[in-house]
Ligand binder design. Structure first.
Ligand code: ATP
Length: 366
């Protein structure tokens, strides 16, 4: 889908990035100033790198060794920026039409309607864009990019300019887009929760212009050192479960995880749906005996695989629950008090509410 190997110097900042991704959604993660937007501009052909090679959806668009440089307008890139950048003097319909105007193969009426339906922007078509909320504007910007019939869609922190409520309003549309379309997407974010929801298979992490990680999202999540100080507290695992039933009287849903039950705050997916939970290592307690009379609803029997000291006082305990990995981050003191060792059977205790506001997603597998 995507193969990059470039070097580019801009002022004092050098971008030196090489990675491949065959995932349909590739998450580009990194702190502010890491070089994410610069990399997208290079992929889009808006900036010419000093050297290297770029392949997009099976097509080489830049190769300094061969002096090949496909111009931006011929790369078939859909680009959505942090701010919608719509044309204020045009209404929504004409802004969308502007995207189609650039398409090599013009989208037909059916495609137009499909995009409008997917983004729920039908009622907005005749409105002026200046009167739209930030979330509505971003949905129109995504529609405009899709109607340019791109081969690759680049989303550069499309939620960054929105407040929390608007973010939650737009996120499901991007989720729908990534679930329903075959289009390769590069999604840039410095928010881990967004990344887990949208790019749950493949992450490329960038810091100071260099790639620090490129691989499965689950592997990335398990390595706090890669997440940066701000998000290290979110380190953990992605755990797959299947919805068994809903318990509306308690606002809960019951899942199975292997042969074990797991209770989570109500999820909107039907019985039988496979979903993914982000379980933070710091939210997992361990008990040698199965605890009784405790408020936590989830007690999973697990097997300890390894204990890895993290700093002077903390230990990361890697476990298996059936076929899946689980991780607990506990104090060194607790690990000693419980005499934890690889091979032991242990009980992992997780509060249901620790699994709220999560990366729920319907997925076949990770
Ligand atoms: N045209 C330019 N000339 C010189 N330096 C630049 C130019 N554009 C960006 N930079 C520098 O390159 C570095 C990376 O910037 P970039 O915008 O790519 O980061 P980012 O990861 O997208 O950050 P953010 O999340 O804040 O958007 C920054 O130090 C920035 O100041």
């Amino acid at each position: 889908m995507l193969s990059i190997d470039i070097t580019h110097r801009q002022g004092d900042f050098t971008l030196e990035c090489a990675f491949d991704s065959d995932a349909r959604v590739t998450g580009l993660f990194g702190p502010s100033g890491a070089g994410k937007s610069s990399l997208l501009r290079i992929i889009a052909g808006l900036v010419r790198p000093d050297r290297g090679r770029i392949e997009l959806a099976g097509r080489c668009v830049f190769d300094s060794a061969r002096r090949l440089q496909v111009p931006a307008h011929k790369r078939r890139i859909g680009y959505v920026f942090q701010r919608a950048r719509l044309f204020a003097h045009l209404n929504v319909r004409h802004n969308l039409g502007y995207g189609a105007w650039f398409a090599r193969e013009k989208p037909g009426r059916a495609r137009f309607e499909q995009v409008v339906d997917m983004l729920d922007i039908g009622p907005l078509l005749d409105r002026r864009v200046t009167g739209l909320s930030g979330g509505e504007q971003q949905r129109v910007a995504i529609g405009r990019a899709l109607l340019s019939n791109p081969a690759v869609l680049l989303l550069d922190e499309p939620l960054a300019s929105l407040d929390v409520a608007r973010r939650q309003e737009v996120l499901p549309y991007i989720e729908r887009l990534s679930a329903q379309s075959e289009l390769p997407i590069v999604f840039v974010s410095h928010q881990l929760d967004e990344l887990l929801r949208l790019a749950n298979r493949r992450v490329v992490a960038v810091r100071d212009g260099r790639v620090t990680f490129s691989g499965p999202t689950a592997e990335f999540l398990a390595r706090p050192s890669l997440l940066g100080a701000e998000q290290a507290r979110d380190a953990g695992v992605l755990l797959r479960g299947e919805v068994v039933t809903h318990l509306p009287e308690h606002g809960l849903s019951e899942l199975t995880c292997g042969a074990q039950s797991l209770y989570v705050p109500h999820v909107a997916h039907p019985a039988g749906a496979a979903i993914t939970l982000h379980v933070r290592a710091r939210d997992v307690m361990l008990a040698r005996q199965r605890p009784t009379d405790i408020s936590a609803l989830n007690v999973l029997e697990a097997r300890i695989e390894s204990l890895v000291a993290d700093g002077d006082y903390a230990v990361n305990v890697h476990m298996q629950v059936g076929e899946q990995a689980l991780e607990a981050r506990i104090t060194q003191r607790s690990a000693e008090a419980l005499a934890l060792a690889p091979g032991q059977t242990i009980h992992a205790v997780i509060k249901s509410l620790a699994l709220a506001e999560q990366a729920w997603e319907r997925l076949g597998s990770i």
